[in-house]
Design a protein around this ligand. Sequence first.
Ligand code: PEP
Ligand code: MN
Length: 377
Amino acid sequence: MNHNDLPVPDDAGISSPASIESLRAQIDLINDDLIRLISRRAELAAEIGHVKTLEGRPHHYDPAREERQLKYIEEVNPGPFSAAALKSIFKEIFRASLDLEEANDKKQLLVSRKVQSADTVLNIKGVRIGGDAPPIMIAGPCSIEGEEMLEATASFLEGKGVRILRGGAYKPRTSPYGFQGMGIDGLILGAGAAREHNMLFVTEVMDTRDVEVVSEYADILQVGARNMHNFALLREVGRSGMPVLLKRGFAATIEEWLYAAEYILAEGNKQVMLCERGIRTFEKWTRNTLDLSAVALAKQETHLPVLVDVTHAAGRRDLLIPLAKAALAVGADGLHVEVHPSPATALSDNEQQLDFAGYEAFETALKPLMGVVSAKS
Ligand code: PEP
Ligand code: MN
């Protein structure tokens, strides 16, 4: 027992309850000092967090630095706390400081609702996406394969009220020997068909060197799942000032997806739509696993419109209607679906594209939900 813990005898040699009061008064003063010091320490930790963010170091946890501090604490520990007890107190302080560093870091993200609480609503040539706008439909072939098939698809989709035509001109294919897209000829066809049918044209850009030419023809630049981590491309589409449809990488965490969007916003471009398109899991009966919690979370954490690509998520036609309904139910601002006049002969993704009859059924099933804005809030 430490001598400080011994009861202090009064004049009659009997321990006095007043001494407990006085000891407690001393403890209260020490508590004040601790609170002041701990708060000062927290302020410094938050400052360090900010500097790390500015230096582009999103990972704030530094185990080596913690290790050094714990070793020092053990060395200088005067007791009566054991080294383990003192270290566990400091570990709590480290944890709270790290939480603070990271929370502050997130608070400063431009994509975050903490920076902008109101929904971002894109207005692209009169087509509104996000916020109080009704859910939007993006539809069209996986790849632009020629004038005839594109014209037929655009004309059909226009008749169904679709305002955004998709179609790949530069295709990210698993095999270098697969159809790579029509390139600039595809861009010309896509822009022409969209204009002809009073639609916007969205198409993927895969290379920083193509951002300029794709921007000439497209209304919206798509960054595909495989390029979500291509930071040079993210910066370049950010600089272009064009509206961007940012797919989530199939092995990207929600945090990485939001940081990818941050790259675009950091270049001064706020016209970003997030698009969940399924992530790779151990499941084999679907091509990917549609992550609807990511949609709900992205809606909660960011002010950006969040869309759901049901086609690439499922990789099979028979699940598109229920997945699309579920996406709208969790608050998606729009859907993305591939439609081709003859999916069986398509040059890419022929397992998953809808033919016109399939789209009719899809549209009929979804129609009652597409106008319901309240489902988003
Ligand atoms: C696409 O939409 O054409 C595409 C390739 O999708 P993802 O990048 O999501 O695989
Ligand atoms: Mn596709």
